[in-house]
Write a protein that binds this ligand. Structure first.
Ligand SMILES: Cc1ncc(COP(=O)(O)O)c(C=O)c1O
Length: 341
């Protein structure tokens, strides 16, 4: 049984394990103040261009922890976040953001993305009335929960809209590497820095054992952020564990190479399935694809392959989610494709 269930089924890229092992006996400062975490933050800042020495970089363990720590720190008690109805913070984080006291307001989506008109509809439903929560932060994921990727034009328009409406824009980058390396993508890390108030760069789903790098670009959101991390139990005494991994990922192009590898293999499957005549839930150039297959074929595939059955399309067909990772092997993908020949 081979798994296309997710991109965190394997451990870490060998270079990351080696970096952890090579530094194992070093004594370092705790709580992310070690030289590797500082070096990793500097390497990330270099990639962000412009006046990126001004951004703050914090290393956290996982996506849910990063989302809830950031969003709860950025919002005042009566303020709410806005995301799509597929948004990870709405569907898959056990109400973690809501448990910090902030409502998550949603906008229906079919392509996984959030657009200004959808956010405007939420604003219209909350017309400055203190009997309701106040929408204040717009949360997007890039790539999205269904593998789609924002264009520069889309991000610019959402960012402009947020600026006009005094909303914060926060990007969940659990799979940012995949988005940035997707075929046809025209967004850079520097664009994300320029267009958002904060975002995170996901390591867990792109070759790290674990870890996410949160980048805060808006000065007003930086103050006392480490207090918030600590209060959420997320300030790791051995912060070096994540710092060392990001140092390795950004020492050269490893982060991008791993994402490109995962994308390439997902797209290999996608083109074989397109050739075989199947359609997809969404147009995804990233490492998650959602083909629509007859239920009979899904049952047959499930004998040798594991994956998530995503949604019912009609009585006889469902969409499935196939995810490739930095560790997926091309020969395995070719074996999978043979099932459709
Ligand atoms: C877009 C997105 N955000 C956040 C997360 C949460 O990450 P974690 O499971 O590390 O908390 C995931 C996990 O799949 C995700 O896909």
């Amino acid at each position: 049984m081979y798994s296309f269930k997710n991109d965190y089924a394997e451990g870490a890229h060998p270079r990351i394990l080696k970096a952890l092992s090579d530094t194992n006996l070093e004594q370092s400062e705790g709580y992310g103040c070690d030289e590797h975490s500082l070096a990793a933050a500097a390497l990330i800042k270099e990639r962000l261009g412009g006046d990126s020495d001004k951004v703050d970089v914090h290393f956290l363990c996982g996506g849910t922890q990063t989302n809830l720590t950031a969003i709860s720190a950025f919002l005042r008690s009566h303020e709410a976040a806005v995301g799509t109805n597929m948004s990870h913070i709405f569907v898959h984080e056990t109400g973690a953001v809501e448990a910090t006291g902030h409502k998550v307001l949603t906008v229906p989506t079919t392509d996984g993305k959030l657009y200004p008109d959808g956010v405007q509809a939420v604003l219209d439903a909350h017309p400055g009335d203190e009997h309701m929560v106040k929408p204040r932060l717009v949360k997007i994921s890039n790539s999205t929960e269904i593998g789609s990727v924002y264009t520069l034009k889309e991000l610019e328009s959402l960012s402009r809209f947020c600026g006009e409406k005094k909303l914060l824009l926060y990007a969940d980058g659990a799979r940012l590497g995949s988005a940035l390396c997707a075929e046809g993508n025209d967004v850079t890390l520097a664009d994300i820095r320029r267009l958002t108030d904060a975002f995170y760069i996901g390591g867990t789903k792109n070759g790290a054992l674990l870890g996410e790098a949160l980048v805060i670009t808006n000065d007003a959101l930086k103050e006392d952020f480490r207090y918030h991390i600590k209060q959420k139990g997320a300030l790791m005494a051995k912060g070096r564990v994540v710092g060392i991994q990001f140092e390795e990922l950004f020492r050269d192009d490893l982060f991008f190479d791993l994402a490109r590898h995962a994308n390439g293999l997902a797209q290999l499957i996608a083109s074989a399935l397109k050739k075989a005549g199947y359609s997809f839930l969404t147009d995804s150039p990233s490492n998650q694809i959602f083909p629509i297959l007859p239920n009979s074929i899904i049952s047959k595939l499930q004998k040798n392959w594991s994956f998530i059955v995503w949604s019912k399309i009609d009585e006889s067909r469902s969409s499935i989610r196939l995810v490739t990772s930095w560790a997926t092997k091309e020969e395995v993908v070719r074996e999978f494709i043979k099932e459709f020949e």
